[in-house]
Design a protein around this ligand. Structure first.
Ligand code: CO
Length: 355
């Protein structure tokens, strides 16, 4: 049933843009619309046409999971497409201009020159943004698995522990519970924690340092995303103050979340608060991003985003302060917008825990 509603969204784009067909090549969109769980496939959707083009490695897999699409085995995407478009007389085709490479575009326009290619990035970017109840449940389950995994290795986090050992232990526990990790886990302590995207190193964690752990699980295609920052041994007053500013920035950002406000309002709220405390230049990334079949997806919670929040959108709220040499704090939860506010889907307690 959901699948039919999802296809209806594509049909609306077909009619608004007067297209004969839409080519879907972003793999998360392919999965969302068709149920295909492999790595490589293209969908061609017209008013009454639904084709899934894939190569020999995936035809068996496609036959199992895909409903409502005619599966076509192809050797070369462009040739397979050319045949289809020609035999069904399709002339105006929309494509995801932020996914198709320049090379493929050159190939398509040269070899399929009887088609008018129409970029439809804006129309398609919010396709998966409003989640169905079932999708929200899967993100929640993924978050629970990740939280349980962190709880199970919590006793290993102490002065002298090695960042990389902690990240590997957490990865193992997440993989035991879920299908996979959602992304490469970040375990960063001391000066390393001042880099928002630090890679776990062989560094030992020291007393008095922050340790940032950014982690998530992947379950049935859906991701969770969450970050905790702990203090090792003790935290001096300055570090305690920084931790609390980030925590309060998240709380203030939460307060404005409800349907029909601009996504950038959430970013603005967290950013203005951190700025008012004098740490504005140390908050070097956006406040959040959508989460679903992809770990980063629409809506983006940044000052540049013009989109409007809607009920059942799922995204992260993750303000941070990163000070070179001193260290960094990030506190991140994944939330879902409800009819009058929001609900948190990630449940690891965000307290200034001193280990
Ligand atoms: Co995130």
């Amino acid at each position: 049933m959901e699948r039919v509603k999802r296809i209806e969204k594509i049909k609306r784009i077909l009619s608004i843009k007067s297209l004969d067909g839409i080519l879907i090549s972003r793999i998360e969109n392919v999965r969302y619309l068709s149920g295909f769980t492999g790595d490589t496939a293209i969908l061609l959707i017209g008013n009454d046409l639904r084709f899934l083009l894939t190569d020999g490695r995936y035809t068996l897999q496609a036959k199992e999971g895909v409903i409502g699409f005619k599966i076509i085995e192809i050797k070369k995407a462009v040739e397979g497409l050319a045949d289809l478009l020609k035999s069904y007389h399709l002339k105006r085709i929309g494509f995801e201009s932020d996914v198709i490479t320049y090379d493929l575009y050159q190939d398509l326009t040269k070899r399929i020159n009887f088609v008018e290619w129409i970029p439809i990035k804006e129309e398609i970017q919010s396709l998966r943004a409003i989640k169905e109840d079932k999708e929200i449940l899967l993100i929640k389950e993924a978050a629970k698995m990740a939280d349980d995994a962190l709880k199970s290795i919590f006793h290993l986090i102490k002065p002298g522990a090695v960042e990389k050992d902690l990240s590997l232990a957490l990865e193992f526990e997440i993989k035991k519970r879920a299908d996979d990790i959602a992304f490469d886990i970040i375990v960063a302590s001391g000066a390393n924690s001042a880099m928002p995207h630090a890679v776990p190193s062989k560094k030992k964690i020291d007393k008095g340092d922050f340790i940032i752990i950014d982690f998530g699980a992947k379950y049935k295609g859906y991701h969770s995303d969450e970050t905790v920052t702990f203090g090792i041994g003790f935290l001096d007053d300055n570090k305690k103050k920084i931790w609390q500013i980030v925590k309060d920035a998240q709380a203030f950002a939460f307060e404005v979340i409800k349907p029909n406000i601009e996504a950038k309002k959430v970013d603005e709220t967290a950013r203005n608060y951190i700025d008012s405390k004098g740490y504005g230049k140390y908050f070097s990334h956006g406040t959040g991003h959508g989460v679903g079949l992809a770990i980063h997806e629409y809506p983006y919670i940044t000052s540049l985003e013009s989109g409007i929040l809607k009920e059942n959108m799922v995204f992260t709220v993750e303000p941070g302060i990163y000070i070179p040499n001193l260290g960094g704090v990030r506190i991140e939860d994944t939330i879902v917008v409800t009819n009058d506010g929001f609900k948190v889907l990630t449940n690891y307690p965000k307290e200034v825990e001193i280990i």
